[in-house]
Write a protein that binds this ligand. Structure first.
Ligand code: ACM
Length: 255
């Protein structure tokens, strides 16, 4: 299975511009499964509730989910990416997952980072698992990484590949993801953004360094801290099914 990610620097509040950039970055894509960053269509550094509400969309049905479905059909790929979701009066920091046959499902970020708590509700969908081409996948969003239970929940439910959309501001996950992969024996696709965002008194600097880690904790491919990148690697998802450390120890049964 060819899995990959897009790394780029979304332009704050410029949805159409960001969709065009993703469309252009993926114009020659040859892959089965692609992950985009957290909030890839809107950027991250919001300064007011109104600002976030104005760029939030329904999942499914909204502009960006429809755009992703178009990309999935055109290139015959599965793709996930971060969207600010509106559901009634509530906003969620979500990821939509779609494929060549349309909408598949969504995940709502459980562990909100810093001032995200001013705008978004905590995710209330748990950690859903989806099956594509006989392979089980699950989504996480950025700061979820620091709570090991999040990825563990996905792994205990059979996830072989973790689709991890990020806007990382701390420098740790490029290292810590190797442990998460190893302790759960899963593949992790980290699609991170790069660049700086300034919005009034709010500012953030994102760490790039997107990467794919295998179930042995080995970084298979990675990107620099800055720069647009689309990277794909061919993996065998079955390698995530063997949870034996040796003939006496099993990562899922010994707990
Ligand atoms: C983060 O969760 N976007 C830092």
């Amino acid at each position: 299975m060819k899995i990959g990610y897009v790394q780029f620097n979304p332009n704050l509040l410029k949805i159409e511009e960001n969709l065009k950039r993703v469309e252009s970055l993926l114009k020659n894509i040859d892959a089965d499964l692609i992950v985009l960053p957290e909030l890839f269509n809107t950027g991250y550094t919001f300064k007011s509730m109104n600002e976030v509400k104005n760029v939030s969309e329904k999942i499914p049905g909204g502009r960006t989910t429809q755009f992703l479905i178009g990309i999935a059909k055109k290139h015959n790929i599965f793709i996930s990416g971060g969207i600010s979701e509106i559901d009634g009066d509530d906003l969620y920091n979500s990821s939509a997952f779609v494929g060549p046959n349309g909408y598949i499902g969504k995940y709502r970020k459980v562990h909100l980072y810093y001032k995200e708590k001013l705008f978004f509700k905590r995710g209330n969908l748990g950690y859903p698992i989806y099956e594509i081409k006989g392979v089980k996948v699950g989504m996480l969003i950025c700061f979820d990484w620091i709570f090991p239970e999040a990825m563990r929940s996905l792994a205990l439910n059979g996830a072989q590949i973790i689709l991890h959309s990020t806007n990382l501001v701390l420098p740790f996950y490029q290292m810590a993801s190797r442990v998460r992969a190893l302790e759960n024996r899963v593949f992790i696709i980290i699609s991170n953004r790069y660049g700086k965002e300034i919005n009034g008194i709010e500012k953030n600097s994102f760490t790039g360094g997107s990467q794919i880690v295998d179930p042995a904790g080995i970084v298979l491919i990675s990107s620099p801290k800055i720069g647009d990148e689309v990277k794909v690697i061919d993996i065998n998802p079955d390698n995530a099914k063997n949870k034996d450390i040796n003939e006496f120890n099993n990562l899922m049964e010994d707990i």
